[in-house]
Design a protein around this ligand. Structure first.
Ligand code: ADP
Length: 466
């Protein structure tokens, strides 16, 4: 049985399954309801037939009782008229004496008559004979000296007619209900499954034609249309990320191409002239070494960026003492950049934060490197640290060349450099801020830049507290 249901499940579409299950449920509900109703009506009708029979019997008894004088067999034989008046369609009324001799009888309709059966006690029963059903009621009639039985045989023809009619009406309604439910089920199912079908079609299109395909938007707000909207949003995100990846690869290969071309140029120069000309030899070797170092720097930065973007899985959470890291870094920077003045302001006691110490160092190194690279004439760099209830705020400020308002939002993009050629000379790869942003966001922090061209730049890092 279970195997069978499973087989049905595998072979039919959802639409068919919905229609079938809906119609079956309605059929069974209707069937149960009709069965109960039919039985109740049947019982009620039979009861009514019995009541009518009993009332007629009582009326006849009363008639004989209320007659003046002693009741004799002759009186009973002469009461045909009153029995006819009291009789009904498809009904026999008769009175017989103790010996079963019929004294009076009135019969409406054609049906066979049983042998008279005198009784001592009231009896009422339902009998079935040759597909005919009837109620037979017998009351003893003991008045004065007369002893006999009144008998009523009531054929259940009208009851059967009524029940047949009821059965037919119920069957017609039942079939109509099933047809109606199947039709409305079909309509509802096709309406309900439309977004899913569209989703499948859209997926097929995407498979064949690429990311541009989307599902049609629905005005109605329900669970299934939400699914299609979610699908569209997801596809937008996938497309954006795919395009970003593509752009990244293009940019990266472009960035790699420049130093490699320069190297190639100088190497062929060396090959042709450099062997005999010491000036060319020296210059070309110098330039080549510089380019190799830029290339190395670029590759390292690319690696850092990939690591920063994937570090969520391997993120180490340590308890980091921020002022301690700042002191160490500034000390190192002061040694490497003796021409610069670093000022450090720790505004209050800074409680430790939870992140990888190496990542914090990496972020701050990028910012300090930039501050140095883009300081111009002014060589003062200020580092501030403060903390509020929610976050630790670090700021690296320089008074250098600054960034124009339009460029500020772009400097976090990978490979973006305000002045491409000049910044490349300075050793910039355009990846530093992208790495810093990616790392900060890994710790649910944020990075922002406040800068004025020609006046200086303030980079603000906010990291959530423990
Ligand atoms: P780069 O390796 O070129 O410095 P970044 O991603 O660190 O790459 O910075 C992107 C660009 O933003 C830089 O090329 C530079 O033009 C600009 N920039 C970054 N920091 C500063 C700063 N402190 N002052 C002025 N310009 C800056």
């Amino acid at each position: 049985m279970i195997e069978k249901v499973r087989n049905i499940n595998q072979h039919f579409s959802w639409q068919t399954k919905l229609v079938l299950s809906g119609s079956t449920a309605i059929f069974f509900t209707f069937f149960l309801f009709s069965f109960l109703e039919y039985n109740t009506v049947s019982k009620w009708m039979l009861n009514r037939e019995e009541i009518v029979v009993k009332r007629t019997l009582t009326d006849i008894m009363t008639y004989y009782k209320d007659r003046p004088g002693n009741l004799t067999e002759t009186d009973i034989s002469n009461s045909t008229g009153i029995l006819r008046k009291m009789n009904d369609k498809d009904q026999l009324i008769r009175v017989y004496n103790q010996n079963g001799k019929v004294l009076v009888s009135d019969k409406n309709g054609t049906f066979s008559v049983l042998e008279p059966t005198p009784v001592k006690e009231k009896s009422i029963e339902k009998i079935t004979e040759e597909e005919n059903e009837a109620i037979i009621a017998r009351y003893p009639l003991n008045i004065d000296k007369f002893k006999g039985t009144i008998e009523i045989v009531r054929e259940l023809n009208s009851y059967h007619k009524m029940m047949d009619h009821l059965f037919m009406v119920m069957s017609i309604f039942g079939i109509a209900a099933i047809l109606f439910s199947a039709m409305s089920g079909l309509l509802l199912a096709s309406q309900l499954l439309k977004p899913i079908r569209d989703l499948a079609a859209a997926m097929k299109e995407i498979k064949e034609n690429g990311f541009q395909e989307r599902m049609v938007g629905y005005k109605e707000k329900d669970e299934l249309t939400e699914l299609s909207n979610l699908f569209n949003e997801m596809m937008d995100e996938i497309e954006t990320s795919f395009l970003q990846q593509k752009q990244f690869i293009e940019d990266a290969s472009h960035e790699l191409r420049t130093p490699v071309s320069i190297l190639e140029g100088h190497l062929s120069l060396l090959n042709r002239w450099g062997k005999k000309n010491p000036d060319i030899l020296e210059e070309s070797l110098d330039v080549s070494l510089q380019e190799v170092s830029k290339l190395k720097n670029l590759i390292l930065n690319l690696l850092e960026l990939t690591r920063a973007e994937n570090s969520s899985r391997t993120m180490i959470q340590e308890i980091v003492d921020v002022p301690e890291i700042l002191h160490q870094l500034v000390r190192n920077f002061e040694i490497i950049n003796p021409g610069f003045k670093f000022e450090m302001v720790i505004k209050q006691t800074i409680k430790p934060i939870s992140m990888s110490e190496q990542h914090l160092q990496q972020i701050l190194t990028i910012l300090l490197d930039n501050a140095i690279k883009y300081s111009g004439e002014n060589n003062e760099i200020m580092i501030t640290a403060s903390q509020n209830e929610m976050e630790t705020i670090l700021c690296v400020e320089d008074h250098g060349i600054g960034i124009s308002l339009e460029e500020v939002s772009k400097v976090f993009n990978r490979f973006y450099r305000v002045d491409k050629a000049r910044n490349r000379e300075r050793g910039g790869t355009g990846l530093g801020l992208a790495i810093a942003k990616s790392l900060t966001e890994k710790y649910k922090g944020s990075i922002s830049i406040d800068s004025q061209e020609g006046k200086g730049t303030k980079v603000l890092i906010k990291l959530p507290r423990l």
